[in-house]
Design a protein around this ligand. Sequence first.
Ligand code: FAD
Length: 236
Amino acid sequence: MARAAVSGRLAWRVARLAGTNEETGTARTLVFDVPDWPGHLAGQHVDVRLTAEDGYTAQRSYSLSAPGRVELTVQRIPDGEVSPYLTDVIRVGDPVEIRGPVGGWFVWRPDSGRDVLLVAGGSGIAPLMAMIRARRLAGSGARFWLVYSTRTPDDVYYADELRRSDPGLDVTHVYTRLAPEGWPRPPGRLAPADFEDGPADCDCFICGPTGFVESAADLLLARGHDPRRIKTERFG
Ligand SMILES: Cc1cc2nc3c(=O)[nH]c(=O)nc-3n(C[C@H](O)[C@H](O)[C@H](O)COP(=O)(O)OP(=O)(O)OC[C@H]3O[C@@H](n4cnc5c(N)ncnc54)[C@H](O)[C@@H]3O)c2cc1C
């Protein structure tokens, strides 16, 4: 039984693009129809494989950004091999291959009951958004704090959804280059003060580029968070 479940996760499945949503000028959410998808936990990711007409293949990992369906949010990396295809070229109905779900460590389970601090840098919001959505879907009483760092307000993914009221969820935006007019915090990298109002006794999930994850983890450790309760995911 366990072996069948594992080999199912390792099998490549043909996924067809069912819909898209432009999150920012450089990022797009893609929803795929995947026959026989086994389901996933918030925080897990998939491998996506593209195959060119000459047989050349390229494979990258993308976090699942919602519970219950295969939804990915991809940031276009200039000169990247895979991400520009997913943000600019693929059309509804086109296939890709998908394998997963992958990862059992960087996951949030609705039955955990504990408070949670989420720290996102850029596209690192994707798996954390899956956790926020899973919490809402489950009607969980766990309190969530999200600290979300982007360069500018135009770089915020899921902006409308994060603005909507979600009792028990607190969202703090940190802008590193440009903040809205009158914003109380001057633009700059994450700093200890950004966590002042957050919880101390909680599970922590940090996701983003490697440098961001390392400096955010250092800040949480300096604040006294238990290292065993800090989970990180690096996008490279
Ligand atoms: C577990 C996991 C989950 C991930 N989830 C997501 C996700 O949800 N959304 C998402 O957009 N990406 C995610 N990534 C990153 C993704 O796998 C690719 O690395 C990214 O899309 C770039 O691929 P590419 O083929 O376009 O660029 P490549 O051809 O691989 O690289 C082109 C150039 O861009 C640089 N580069 C590669 N990745 C990044 C990056 N993330 N930021 C800045 N520069 C980079 C490379 O060093 C290289 O110089 C995830 C990575 C991991 C390991």
